[in-house]
Design a protein around this ligand. Structure first.
Ligand code: LMR
Length: 396
């Protein structure tokens, strides 16, 4: 039966980590997968997470199933983290949040629910978008369409073209937006641009589907939710897929959540029952460990502070690396201005290199990044910065 299945190439992002691990060059640098690293090149267990794990080991008395939506305490805390206190959609009991296996699980469950409501619904994604959005959402059966977003020439959002395309799309279509730290470009919408998108969605009956994988890595925990809170306060229906992989450093625990804003309370109850029937058919219930840690941290003022302080340091470290990389690149050459990297946010930026140049960096210098020349800035260290910038300049 399976002899018809051909061998597939490695995943364009995760495959890089495997190739990097096998590389024996002591100078190797991993700018591939979006995983935070400290200046020693290590992805640390955050202090609040380590403390919460101790509490959990003491508190957990059973491995019986969790409720289908996950821990109620974690869902309530996540809702507050994402929507803030007193958000009108939450106050009117129109929001339902469930835990999911990571942000990927949230995206996929949302796609399955959309399919139940409207088979083959059109979902508009930015060009470019996270490489895995396409298989993850497309294989659920949604019809994926594209709106222009990042302009590689100006290294910024082509907002006029984005708006122009979104103005043409039919009522009831969905628009995938990155809450902050746009992956892969690092170019984020301004508040004014979010306001215009909210106006357009309201006027034209579009449904925003917001992917938030980096809350706290852009401008701050509150600031990064500006767009989604605005949309959720103005529109009847909004979908929000949340990942805790990066901001709690819980990558392998597969901790995520999915929040739906529904038009009214009755639809929220019906929608929630459908969500749980989707997840039952896919995986029954979400993984417990990561969500339990988030529950413990967000219900302790002390641990919340430890966590958000560490997250601030992580964000600031990446911002500092961006500035230093630009300095170093602009000092070594004058043919290209890399200043845009310092203005972008989150883990990623495009260097603007060709596939050949990217492959040369990998083959000659053991510097890994996706073929699109997306770099995960957090993979840089102070020690390796000059090595990386000299290598980049040598392939220009
Ligand atoms: C990335 O874009 O590198 C991260 O979101 C990790 C992943 O799963 O692709």
């Amino acid at each position: 039966m399976f002899e018809t299945l051909p061998l597939l190439p490695a995943d364009p992002i995760l495959g890089l980590s495997i190739a990097y691990a096998k590389d024996t060059n002591p100078l190797k640098v991993d700018l591939g997968v979006g995983v935070y690293k400290n200046d020693a090149g290590v992805t640390p267990i955050m202090a609040a997470v380590a403390a919460a794990e101790k509490v959990r080991i003491q508190q957990e008395t059973s491995k019986a199933y969790t409720p289908p939506a996950g821990y109620p305490g974690a869902n309530e805390a996540c809702t507050k983290l994402v929507f803030g206190a007193g958000h009108p959609a939450v106050e009117t009991n129109r929001v339902r949040t469930i835990q999911t296996p990571g942000g990927c699980g949230a995206l996929r469950v949302a796609a399955e629910l959309i399919q139940r409501a409207k088979r083959g619904a059109s979902l508009w994604v930015s060009t470019p978008t996270w490489a895995n959005h396409i298989p993850l959402l497309g294989s659920a059966g949604l019809t994926l369409k594209e709106y222009p977003y990042y302009d590689y020439e100006t290294h910024s959002i082509n907002f006029a073209a984005m708006l122009e395309t979104l103005k043409q799309i039919p009522r009831g279509d969905l628009v995938l937006l990155h809450a902050c730290c746009h992956n892969p470009s690092g170019a984020d919408l301004s508040r004014e641009q979010w306001n215009q998108i909210a106006d357009l969605c309201e006027a034209n009956g579009l449904i925003p589907f917001v992917d938030m994988a980096y809350q706290g890595f852009g401008e701050g925990l509150e600031e990064d939710t500006y767009g989604l809170r605005l949309l959720s306060s103005r529109l009847p229906e909004v979908i929000i897929a949340i990942s805790f992989s990066k901001n709690f450093g819980l990558y392998r625990e597969r901790a995520g959540a999915l929040s739906f804003v529904f038009a009214n309370e009755a639809q929220a109850n019906a929608g929630n029952s459908q969500l749980l029937s989707v997840t039952r058919a896919l995986y029954s219930m979400p993984p417990a460990h990561g969500a339990a840690l988030i529950d413990i941290i967000l219900h302790s003022d002390e641990l919340t502070k430890v966590w958000s302080d560490e997250l601030t340091l992580m964000r600031e470290r990446i911002a500092g690396l961006r500035v230093n990389l630009v300095k170093s690149l602009n000092q070594l050459q004058t043919q290209r201005d890399f200043s845009f990297i310092a203005n972008e946010r989150g883990m990623f930026s495009f260097l603007g290199l060709s596939v050949e140049q990217v492959h040369k960096l990998k083959n000659d210098y053991s510097i890994y990044m996706t073929d699109t020349s997306r770099i995960s800035v957090a993979g840089l260290t102070a020690e390796k910065l000059d090595y990386v910038s000299s290598a980049i300049v040598s392939v220009l």
